[in-house]
Design a protein around this ligand. Structure first.
Ligand code: ZN
Ligand code: ZN
Length: 237
């Protein structure tokens, strides 16, 4: 498992079914407790078990799972991860209903129009319902790894969250930003619930200062991340 920064580990092998590459499910380890950021796909339990074992941490050391948003590629393995760890589930209040099943997920445009990934089939998009333990609104601070600031970064979904760790100068961007082929971008428009709001979020994120960025999709950007993001996204409407 890759430790990209002290205490920040990316769980090995969490891949999109039917697609090449992996997504960045992230395990934050602070002394004897862990915080998992997003939960990948069904099957993540085994990968998470292996990751925890390699750190010498028991599954019960995972105290909370912070879900950046309700999309199936972030919540498909959530029920399994909760069963394994007994962790609390934290999500923004605007996405919580999709996660606990009290609000039905709409069939997104990329499925209706066939513009999305081959794996994004309706059956793959119905993760097991999971109770949300703590509903967030953004602005909360969590005392892990020197402090985690929870940012409400809507647009991709109404309740999308990103996490800023000022003491590490790290932004965990979720799907609000990506990095690949040497370029920082926003999420592809057809995956966003509200493009204007997603652009507003991009502008607010690139106004922050952070040296490092871990997006869920794409590569870890290890240096001068916000400077690069500002340059690459200067034309955001
Ligand atoms: Zn998403
Ligand atoms: Zn995603």
């Amino acid at each position: 498992m890759a430790e990209i920064m002290p205490g920040v580990h990316v769980v090995d092998g969490v891949g999109m079914p039917g697609r090449p590459g992996t997504v960045n499910v992230c395990l934050l380890v602070d002394k004897d407790e862990c915080t998992l950021i997003d939960a990948g796909f069904p099957g993540v339990g085994q990968l998470l078990s292996a990751a925890l074992a390699s750190l010498g941490m028991p599954p019960t050391s995972v105290r909370r799972i912070i879900v950046t948003h309700h999309h199936f590629d972030h919540t498909g393995g959530l029920a399994e991860a909760v069963r394994l760890t007994g962790a609390e589930v934290w999500a923004h209040t605007a996405d919580a209903g999709f996660i606990d099943g009290s609000v039905p997920r709409a069939v997104p445009a990329w499925v209706r129009e066939g513009t999305g990934a081959p794996a994004a089939t309706p059956s793959a998009m119905k993760p097991e319902r999971v109770a949300v333990t703590l509903r967030l609104v953004g602005g909360e601070e969590l005392g892990v790894l020197g402090g985690i600031r929870i940012l409400h970064t809507p647009g991709h979904t109404p309740g999308h969250l990103s996490l800023l760790l000022p003491s590490l100068s790290l932004l965990i961007a979720g799907d609000a930003l990506r990095y690949g082929d040497g370029k920082v971008t926003g999420a592809p428009e057809h995956y966003n619930a509200d493009t204007a709001q997603a652009n507003e979020t991009v502008r607010s994120l690139i106004a922050l200062d952070f040296e490092h960025m871990l997006p869920y999709h794409g590569d870890y950007l290890s240096a001068e991340a916000s400077t690069k993001a500002r340059a690459d996204l200067a034309a955001t409407p």
